[in-house]
Structures are given as structure tokens and as C-alpha cells.
Design a binder for this molecule. Structure first.
Ligand code: AMP
Length: 288
């Protein structure tokens, strides 16, 4: 595996990969099995796999955890190598943002809810860095985790609106044995928070069960989630049910939905979601 830090070197190596399909896994590092699942799928579907480790400052708000975001480059290199990534791109902030941009990317669809609402400007930063990375890597396929369901939908819409020649592929959320969604931020949980956090997934599953048993009342469904959370200390940033993948209020409980929650702990904000397919069919739009 080649570790590359400059755009120039990246370009040089990629230009020698003629007639090879390129799979790309963008990450913010502190890699875990969730990232590895993306790399594994990319490895299966492409001739050449590029992953990036870049903690993107533009997707963090002024009071968010940019400085406290966990970083472990040595381990990231080792895990990427084991996952048979061909090229690991670890650029500096200056390499990606050498100057103030002359035109801005602004996410406008499906950003009025969930993380888009809770983290103003977050998805502008996500799309900005992805556009830059897609232009540098020029991948045939790019891999994203369903854990960030709203991100996948926003990226998918962006790619399709601007005819970006990349196929967005998704991977289901990888979890710890106790159900907690794997996240780089989990290392910032206090011990008691870590012990409690699997309740988030259990609560979402209770809501999902209520939907699958035919309930068509949003209040009752969210109530079933709240019931599981009633004896715990965690602070909900949001808990909501939306149609999927368009993130609108639910009007038809027989169509795909997403039940999503964000939780604020002392030094970590966690998100999780469950996609619900009441008819047992496939969610429109995104492959699994
Ligand atoms: P991050 O490093 O947190 O920006 O995540 C990079 C990519 O990995 C994103 O597409 C995430 O959705 C995905 N990802 C993060 N955690 C998980 C997980 N537990 N399961 C599957 N994918 C994940």
C-alpha cells in the first residue's frame, strides 16, 4: 500500500492505473470495522482501491469537536494495509484547502432535519470536501456507510444533480456485539456512557418493531423509542421519523422510513438510525 500526502503524488500514481476501475473510501480516520466494511466492499468491486483519511474542518461547527476528534495515523495505515487498500491518501488541511474558495457548495435539499438542522453548515462542508476528493481521485465508485443515512442521501442527490461520474455504494451499519454502532467517537465516551450507549440501538429497534407490527401513529412509534430510553441519563439531541430517502414527514407508513436519533454525551455526540421497510421490499434508490 502506498501512503500519499500530496495531490501531485496522488495524481501521478493514479494516472499510471490505466484501464483500472477505482473504488474510493473517504474517511476521517480513527478507523474501525465500519470503515473496514466499506474498504472490503470497495476491494471486491474495483481493481484499485483508494482510501482517504482527512478530518475535514469545514464540516465541523465552531462549537463542535474538531480538536477532540480522535486521530491515530499509525493504526489507520496498519488497518488500511490489512484491508488491502492500494493507496491511502492522508492530506494536510493546507493540501485540501490551500486558499479561500472562490465559489461555495451549499446543500439545500434534505438539510432542514436531523444533522442538517442540528449542525448548520455541516453538509456544506461534507459536499465541499467530497467534491474536492472526487475531482482528485476520480473514482468509479465511492463507498459510504448507512450509519450516516442522511449523508448518503445528500451525497447521492449531489452526485446525481451535478452528473458527477461516480457510483455511490452503501454499506450497512457495523455494530459492536452489544448493538452500539461503531464510531470513531466511541473512544471519547466515559465508561458509564459506553455501558449505557447500546440502549440507543435497542430503543430504535423498539420503534422499528412498532412500525412493522402495523402502527401508523408517529407519536406512538416515537413513544415506543422513548419508553426504552426513559431510565437512562443520555440527552437526546433529536429523535425523529422521516420518509426515506427523501427525509420528509411520513404520510404513508407502508413506504420506506428512517428512524434516527442523535445523542449528546459529555465528549461525544453519537448518531444512529434504522431504515424501516414496512412492505419488506428494498429501499428505493440505494443498493445495499
Ligand atoms: P467517518 O470517518 O466517520 O467520516 O466515516 C467515513 C465513512 O465510514 C462514512 O461513509 C461513514 O458512514 C462510514 N461509517 C462510519 N461508521 C460506520 C459503521 N459503524 N458502519 C458502517 N459504516 C460506517
Amino acid at each position: 500500500m502506498q501512503v500519499v500526502r500530496s495531490k501531485l503524488e496522488l495524481k501521478k500514481i493514479l494516472s499510471s492505473q490505466t484501464n483500472k476501475s477505482i473504488g474510493f473510501v473517504p474517511t476521517m480516520g480513527s478507523l474501525h470495522e465500519g470503515h473496514l466494511a466499506l474498504m472490503k466492499k470497495a476491494r471486491l468491486e474495483n481493481d484499485f482501491v483508494v482510501a482517504s483519511v482527512f478530518v475535514n474542518p469545514t464540516q465541523f461547527g465552531p462549537n463542535e469537536d474538531l480538536d477532540a476528534y480522535p486521530r491515530d495515523e499509525t493504526k489507520d495505515i496498519e488497518l488500511s494495509e490489512n484491508a488491502k487498500v492500494d493507496l491511502l491518501f492522508i492530506p494536510s488541511v493546507e493540501e485540501i484547502y490551500p486558499r479561500k474558495v472562490s465559489a461555495q457548495v451549499k446543500a439545500v435539499l434534505a438539510v432542514d432535519v436531523l444533522d442538517g438542522k442540528a449542525r448548520p453548515g455541516h453538509f456544506d462542508g461534507v459536499l465541499t470536501v467530497l467534491l474536492k476528493l472526487f475531482m482528485l481521485v476520480q473514482p468509479d465508485r465511492a463507498y459510504f456507510g448507512q450509519k450516516d443515512a442522511q449523508q448518503v442521501a445528500i451525497v447521492q442527490n449531489f452526485v446525481s444533480d451535478y452528473f458527477l461520474p461516480v457510483d455511490i455504494r452503501t454499506v450497512e451499519t457495523v455494530r459492536e456485539a452489544d448493538g452500539l454502532a461503531k464510531s470513531s467517537r466511541n473512544v471519547n465516551l466515559l465508561e458509564e456512557e459506553r455501558n449505557e450507549a447500546p440502549v440507543i440501538h435497542r430503543a430504535l429497534l423498539a420503534g422499528k418493531d412498532r412500525i412493522l407490527s402495523g402502527c401508523q401513529s408517529e407519536q406512538e412509534i416515537l413513544g415506543a423509542v422513548q419508553e426504552v430510553l426513559q431510565d437512562v441519563t443520555l440527552k437526546l439531541d433529536y429523535l425523529a421519523l422521516y420518509s426515506y430517502p427523501d427525509f420528509k414527514p411520513v404520510t404513508d407508513f407502508t413506504k420506506p422510513m428512517v428512524l434516527a436519533a442523535a445523542v449528546k454525551y459529555k465528549k461525544a455526540r453519537l448518531i444512529d438510525n434504522e431504515i424501516v421497510l414496512p412492505s419488506g421490499g428494498e429501499a428505493e434508490c440505494y443498493e445495499q
